[in-house]
Design a binder for this molecule. Structure first.
Ligand SMILES: *Cc1c(COP(=O)(O)O)cnc(C)c1O
Length: 229
């Protein structure tokens, strides 16, 4: 299957999930996760109509993004960001979805150029409490949000989740639901901009859409299987 055919298939799945959930298609942004894939694959996805791309490593993105400067796309960082790469990440990415500590937020703030646009960010939440994963615990989310409010160049827009792995996507559903509730708690506490929910990947994005995802991160269903990464 070509990238175009895969993208069409993903689009059909998104539309079907939106219909089931009585949501409009425009409420869900499809982020094509291009990590490990070459720029030729990204161009093919662009030609198939995709405009948002996700990369998980700054180093890899720094090689690919400049080669694609002629494309009108938005780049999302979806992998863990080390504080010493905050400056480079700010230069490369339009969104940082993986803010997982107050100190990273501060580093991103300090990396802002004078007069820079505010950087849209998401807080990564580790709802499963998994040791192997980055992300804030539920308890830390509120206090981190409070700190970010004092950082003028950052624009807190929502939450991002990588749930524990379940072969059956229904296993992830309670985590998707919880992330949605957590965002509502933040809005009720005065963080009115927390409206984005980045959740759902190739095998479970339908359940995520049904539970309120506004961004889904889809790699293999578009680009086919990764060899590494
Ligand atoms: C790789 C990756 C994805 C995409 O996963 P697929 O199963 O290939 O769709 C989504 N989110 C994050 C954070 C990833 O690292």
């Amino acid at each position: 299957m070509s990238i175009r055919e895969n993208s069409e298939r993903v689009e059909e799945r998104i539309r079907a999930a939106c219909a089931r959930a009585e949501r409009r298609r425009e409420e869900v942004r499809l982020i094509a996760v291009s990590k490990t894939f070459p720029v030729t694959s990204i161009r093919a996805a662009y030609e198939a109509g995709l405009r948002d791309f996700g990369e998980n490593r700054v180093q890899e993105a720094a090689l690919k993004i400049p080669e694609l400067g002629d494309l009108a796309v938005t780049w999302h960082l979806i992998g863990h960001l080390q504080t010493n790469k905050a400056r480079r990440a700010r230069e490369l990415f339009g969104w940082i979805q993986t803010v997982d500590s107050p100190s990273l937020a501060e580093k991103l703030e300090r990396a802002a150029r004078p007069g820079a646009n505010r950087l849209p960010i998401l807080l990564e939440v580790n709802l499963g409490g998994e040791e192997s994963k980055y992300g804030l615990s539920e308890r830390e989310v509120m206090e981190t949000a409070e700190k970010i409010v004092s950082l003028p160049s950052l624009d807190l827009r929502g939450l991002m989740l990588i749930p524990p792995f379940f072969a059956d996507p229904e296993g992830a559903r309670p985590f998707f639901r919880r992330l949605c509730a957590l965002a509502a708690e933040l809005r009720a506490a005065g963080f009115s901009g927390v409206s984005e929910l980045s959740m759902g990947m190739s095998h479970d994005f339908e359940a995520a859409i049904e539970e309120g995802a506004t961004m889904i991160r889809v790699g293999t269903a578009i680009f086919s299987a990764r060899e590494i990464g």
